[in-house]
Design a protein around this ligand. Structure first.
Ligand code: SF4
Length: 309
């Protein structure tokens, strides 16, 4: 039977997945997209369900991001920024929904995993640990406080007339060698005072060595889409909401060279796992090596499929 795979595309998270484990890359980008089809194999269906598991950190991060976009998209109507307690209540409600989805809707999740946010911690361990619950209870007030007092939100709120919102968490793509390169920018606006394009990425987790690469990718998108000539017309920002720290810089020529090199070499690497590049048909699963680095397996949502649960 000929299987039709989704169009080949590139993203930074796809690259990170392949860098960590080729077998996880296969499950994520070749087995699970097929798993929703009626004639999918058991392995493909299983991979699809596991791909849709969400960790507590993911649910927390996406709920915080939802609050950011709610605020940013309603700035024109707001007289005051929302209160810390109101935002905290919204995030708590999202976390509770995830908890209830697994407790009471597990059968529905088995049929339609993408419609329910099931927590991987409960799926694998049966319960959320008290440490995990208390960790997020402690982090929530600080994260929300840092959100409503961060430079970017205050910049947009206090200088509404001097800023122009361009995009808030939308999927966009550019093409490199005919391959779609997907980008989701947290926030892009123009400072009408100095004419700069400001790109902000909000982080709810720890700093990572990939943060600069991610911003450089966004800068490449903005530079090409808005035909910007000089790098100093772009400002890149990371707002770290867990500790309230803030990083801001202009991309350099070196950043653009690095991101171009990464995209090109990574596309070549991904395509070396294909038997038919045009139709994105992968090699057999066994050609996608399993990592030997055990800590990666311990937090991998596909560990059941590798017998490592
Ligand atoms: S369990 Fe380990 S080997 Fe298997 S897909 Fe996950 S990271 Fe790779």
């Amino acid at each position: 039977m000929n299987i039709k795979y989704p169009e080949f595309s590139w993203s930074l998270s796809r690259h990170k997945t392949l860098s960590e484990c080729a077998r996880r890359y296969y499950f994520s980008y070749y087995a699970s997209p097929i798993g929703r089809r009626r004639n999918a194999s058991n392995l493909q269906k299983h991979a699809w369900r596991l791909k849709n598991l969400q960790s507590l950190a993911m649910v927390f991060g996406s709920s915080v991001h939802e609050q950011i976009h709610r605020i940013v998209n309603s700035l024109d109507e707001l007289k005051e920024l929302p209160l810390q307690l109101e935002i905290m209540a919204n995030i708590r409600s999202d976390l509770n929904k995830s908890y209830c989805d697994l407790k009471y809707r597990q059968n529905l999740w088995l049929e339609m995993p993408s419609d329910y946010s099931i927590l991987s911690e409960i799926y694998f361990d049966g319960e959320l640990s008290l440490e995990a619950i208390s960790d997020y209870q402690q982090r929530l007030p600080d994260t929300v406080h840092n959100l409503i007092s961060c430079n970017t939100v205050n910049d947009l709120f206090q200088r509404r007339k001097d800023t122009e919102l361009i995009a808030s968490e939308r999927f966009r793509f550019i093409e490199v060698r005919g391959v779609k390169v997907w980008i989701v920018i947290d926030l892009l606006y123009r400072d009408l005072g100095n004419g700069k394009y400001v790109i902000t990425d909000f982080k709810t987790g720890k700093r990572s060595e990939n943060d600069r690469t991610q911003l450089a990718l966004y800068a490449k998108f903005v530079k090409e889409s808005f035909q910007i000539g000089t790098e100093d017309q772009i400002e890149l920002r990371n707002e770290y909401l867990n500790d309230g720290s803030f990083v801001s810089f202009a991309p350099t020529r070196y950043d653009f060279e690095n991101i171009d090199y990464l995209i090109h070499t990574s596309i070549d690497w991904m395509q070396s796992y294909l038997q038919d590049i045009q139709n994105n048909v992968p090699l057999e699963m066994e050609a996608f090596e399993q990592t030997k680095y055990e800590p990666t397996c311990r937090s991998c949502q596909f560990r059941e499929l590798c017998g490592k649960a």
